[in-house]
Design a protein. Structure first.
Ligand code: GTP
Ligand code: MG
Length: 310
């Protein structure tokens, strides 16, 4: 799904019109690495193939909630809509429905690492709050049966805003009977699915590093790849898309258009590496490294380096 809005922050590292365009070169480079490794180190080649496979594996979206809230109706609508037959950078979106939460005598379902549409009707119970909190980085709440909130859509929007306030998660009113609100739900789900996809990209560096330590024959090729602009910028784009980084980005300098801008960005993130103890350091340093690469790509003067790369 080429949602294109809200979460275009990957373009700070991989400037492009669309997420598919942004990722085409990094994915080609991974394919080229797999090809080079085939004749040298089949174990390492297999790791790269499996990393590539993870990027196009289905992204699961599970519709969850208590019994009778409209899970089946909503899963049907989402599953049938052709916006969902599109892909997130090659990964198809697959809609499933979970067992009901809060059924006496049964345990609540485990939503795993999937993206979630959590359906509530009017009352939000503790069980809903707990379930939503557990998946808060990858969920949109659907306040279904909006027709029951009142005859006017304003009332549904107001109620959804109240629910959002209570659960701390984007909440969209929907009416699965009529399809009303589904458009807005799709719009809210795009960034959630894309964010989850970028988490796959975040696994590439660690997987390849591990493979390099195991597979001696392919080690040089893998390490050379990991140092390349393509690999650094792909990982940095993934780091910048991670929800864990969001709060830290307050006051970040604007999108870099010149080498100077990129230098400013790299110094800004460099200070976070030094100063902030709570910051997810690995992501922060990846982002800083990404800006150093952008600085060089934008024509930064290498004889007066903005910052070291490692
Ligand atoms: N008024 C109203 N009723 C709805 C709406 N959406 C679903 N329903 C009704 O709610 C009931 C439950 O809908 P389902 O889609 O079966 O909900 P579910 O969560 O899958 O239910 P179980 O599988 O039985 O737990 C059905 O009678 C639907 O017709 C809606 O937008 N407005
Ligand atoms: Mg059902």
């Amino acid at each position: 799904m080429n949602t294109g809005f809200a979460c275009r922050d990957w373009s700070r590292m991989l400037p492009a019109e669309s997420i598919d365009d942004a990722c085409a070169e990094p994915i080609d480079q991974l394919r080229a690495l797999a090809y080079r490794l085939t004749s040298i180190d089949s174990g390492a080649a297999e790791t790269v193939h499996s990393v590539l496979g993870s990027l196009t594996a289905p992204l699961e979206l599970v519709v969850a909630g208590r019994a009778g809230v409209g899970r089946s109706s909503l899963a049907r609508i989402l599953g049938r809509d052709d916006r969902f037959s599109r892909r997130v950078v090659g990964a198809p979106v697959v809609v499933t429905e979970s067992r009901a939460f809060d059924v006496p005598g049964t345990s609540n379902p485990d939503l795993g690492r999937r993206c979630v549409v959590y359906v509530v009707v009017d009352a939000v119970r503790d069980v809903d709050r707990r379930a939503i909190a557990r998946v808060s980085d990858r969920v949109v709440v659907a306040a279904n049966k909006a027709d029951l909130f009142g005859p006017r859509w304003d009332e549904a929007l107001g109620r959804a805003a109240e629910i959002s306030e209570t659960v701390g998660v984007h909440t969209v009113p929907v009416e699965t009977l009529t399809g009303r609100g589904v458009e807005e739900l799709f719009a809210a789900l795009g960034p959630v699915l894309e964010t989850q996809w970028w988490r796959r990209v975040e696994r590439i560096g660690p997987e390849l590093t591990q493979s390099a330590s195991r597979n001696t024959a392919g080690r040089d090729e893998i390490e050379m790849y990991l140092r390349s602009d393509s690999a650094v910028l792909f990982s940095a784009a993934a780091a910048i898309m991670s929800p864990e980084i969001r709060a830290l980005r307050q006051g970040e300098p604007p999108d870099p258009r010149t080498a100077d801008d990129a230098g400013t960005c790299s110094r800004w993130w460099g200070r976070l590496v030094d100063e902030s103890e709570q910051a997810p350091q690995q992501r922060v340093s990846l982002i800083r490294r990404g800006y150093v690469r952008r600085w060089a790509q934008l024509g930064g003067d290498r004889s007066a380096p903005v910052a070291t790369d490692e």
